[in-house]
Design a protein around this ligand. Structure first.
Ligand SMILES: [Zn+2]
Length: 597
């Protein structure tokens, strides 16, 4: 549910927040002249081309071209929507967001979630206290043997559910918790004869948190050999296993710090990793990776390493995750542990340094996938090769980056001892659609073309605000060829006449196209390019070119219309069109005259 945030709140956040202060929390900014500079967080680079202007409240990277205002930065850094970014900054700068009136049914839903969350929290505290109580000896001993220390236990709020049928039930009764809520969360189970009994018994309890620390559900590992070894909370209004990652609440800061997320399968794998100092790890809770998992993690990093068991199911899980990573354009690598090992057993077996080394040596998930397919194929036969290609190519086609895609085609060719052309041929090129397709393509290219002269006029307006009325009055802005730049020009005009100056964040707030926004943030830093002295000449030059361009386009359109009319032999229309053409030519001559020297 996307929240609506009133404009006044957005304006107030803008007023209070300082872009340099905010960005400084993400990266070290260095003051250079009027601006601040840093290594770009959005593309790898060795010399800083990421600029921040405090005066203009805007950032721009001259390496990758990304730019925007304070909200844009937070959105990109945390992978948030606009309202989410506003909320984060509003909270940070103490701007209250008025509660929206919600319908009674929505209100009931929110209240219910809050109540459920409270019940889960009570249960977590109950289990956690028991772990350190008299009954918790066995559980503490178990964790000690598994090498999990007190710090990790506290941080992850581990607990213990005793071998009792009504421990939690009685606890809830004493706290006057409505047991139907606890039942909904799967914490207690109704008895046929009335009443309830505890769901988790004789287990270590692992609370599962959301990003803000609410308890969504629990996992429980049996202390004895009674199956099932692991028991989880059922799906509920709070807990959806395909959308939750175990340990993320604790790990998220470390993931951002390391620029990397380690993904494992189980609770104990995760705890062991944290125990050994790999705090940027999360666990998928025994389910396959889902799109939601990846989106969740993407808020904190774009680089993942999966460390699944080396057995068949671990391999299968990795391969299944591949298309998700490709779809989300995430760089994911794979660590292959020695046979018979999971991350827990490997680290506890005294291989910490080796494990660290393996993280450095992790292979791209796509290579892992190719290895898997090829090792299971009969590459001696043409049929076997064809099957392997059949399996691999659909994934290759999913790779969006052309250079990476081509490198895999090449790699595949080498591995299969086949010419690249053979593989490319199999890749099902898009069918040719002749003229129409070319036309479409032309339009796309056209839309993306930003005529230099039009850009220059906008840059001048931005730099010399006082010229805006004069430029607007001239009418040249109506003659822009690029519709998007025309829209920006209109926005400039409106903002200037409303506020008496062009405030960049205001402009950025109006512009929806990413590429345009990047452009505007760039112009903000191009202060020095115009010499006041030659300004008038530059402007005049641009005016002439833009206006002439418009006349030429009109003429072109007119000529093709004339051709049509001639074909249809419609003399009545022809006369009118030819007169129009004469008029155009006169205007062209006038224009040349007007802008002479
Ligand atoms: Zn960059």
């Amino acid at each position: 549910m996307e929240e609506y945030i009133p404009d006044e709140v957005i304006a107030e956040v803008r007023r209070r927040a300082d872009i340099v202060e905010v960005i400084s929390e993400y990266l070290p900014l260095k003051k250079t002249g009027r601006n601040h500079r840093a290594l770009c967080p959005f593309h790898p680079e060795k010399t800083p081309s990421f600029m921040v202007s405090s005066a203009k409240q805007v950032f721009h990277c001259f390496g990758c071209g990304i730019g925007g205002d304070i909200f844009g930065f937070v959105m990109k850094s945390e992978n948030l929507s606009f309202p989410q970014a506003v909320k984060v900054l509003a909270k940070k700068f103490g701007v209250p967001i008025p509660q929206r009136r919600v319908s009674p049914s929505v209100k009931r839903k929110i209240d219910r979630r809050e109540q459920l969350s409270k019940v889960n929290r009570l249960a977590m505290d109950y289990y956690h206290d028991l772990l350190f109580g008299r009954d918790g000896t066995e559980a503490r001993e178990y964790l000690r043997k598994r090498g999990i220390g007190k710090a990790v236990i506290e941080k992850q709020r581990l607990g213990y559910a005793p071998h009792s049928w009504n421990g939690l039930v009685n606890h809830f009764l004493s706290k006057k918790v409505p047991l139907n809520l606890a039942e909904e969360l799967g914490l207690v189970i109704p008895k046929k004869t009335g009443g309830w009994y505890d769901h988790f018994r004789g287990r270590i309890i692992f609370p599962i948190f959301d990003l803000t620390g609410n308890v969504l559900g629990f996992g429980g590992r049996a202390l004895d050999e009674n199956p099932p070894k692991y028991l989880n909370s059922p799906e509920s209004a709070l807990y959806h296993k395909g959308q939750s990652l175990y340990g993320l609440y604790v790990a998220k800061g470390f993931i951002r710090e390391e620029g990397l997320a380690l993904i494992v399968e189980g609770y104990l794998d995760l705890l062991t990793l944290h125990q050994f100092g790999f705090k940027h790890a999360v666990a998928t809770l025994g389910t396959a990776m889902t799109e939601s998992h990846i989106r969740l993690l993407k808020r904190f990093s774009n680089h993942f390493i999966t460390i699944f068991d080396s057995d068949k199911s671990g391999t299968a899980a990795t391969v299944r995750a591949l298309p998700l990573f490709l779809d989300e354009e995430i760089s994911c690598e794979v660590v292959r542990l020695p046979r018979e090992h999971d991350p827990d057993s490997f680290l506890q077996g005294g291989h910490r340094d080796e494990f660290q080394e393996m993280l450095f040596q992790a292979i791209p998930i796509f290579d892992f996938f190719i290895d898997e397919v090829l090792s299971g194929s009969d590459l001696a036969s043409a049929d076997g090769k064809a099957r392997a290609i059949d399996e691999i190519l659909p994934m290759v086609e999913k790779i969006r980056n052309r250079i990476i895609r081509e490198s895999y085609v090449k790699k595949l060719g080498e591995r299969l001892v086949l010419k690249e052309e053979v593989i490319l041929d199999a890749m099902g090129r898009p069918p040719r659609r002749g003229e129409r397709r070319r036309e479409e393509l032309k339009q796309v290219i056209h839309k993306k073309m930003y005529p230099k002269t039009e850009e220059t006029i906008l840059e001048i307006m931005l730099r010399f605000n006082h010229l805006v009325p004069e430029i607007a009055e001239d009418g040249v802005l109506e003659d822009f060829e690029n519709q998007q730049l025309k829209m920006v020009a209109k926005t400039f005009k409106e903002i200037y006449f409303e506020k008496g100056a062009l405030v960049i964040p205001d402009i950025i707030a109006y512009v929806e196209d990413d590429e345009l926004r990047n452009k505007i943030s760039k112009w903000a830093f191009l202060d020095e390019i115009f010499e006041e002295a030659s300004l008038e000449k530059t402007l005049k030059d641009c005016f002439r070119k833009v206006k002439m361009g418009k006349l030429k386009r009109d003429e072109e359109a007119l000529l093709s219309r004339i051709k049509e009319v001639e074909k249809e032999d419609r003399q009545d229309l022809l006369g009118e069109l030819l007169a129009k053409r004469q008029h155009l030519l006169t205007r062209e001559r006038n224009l040349v005259e007007m802008y002479k020297n």
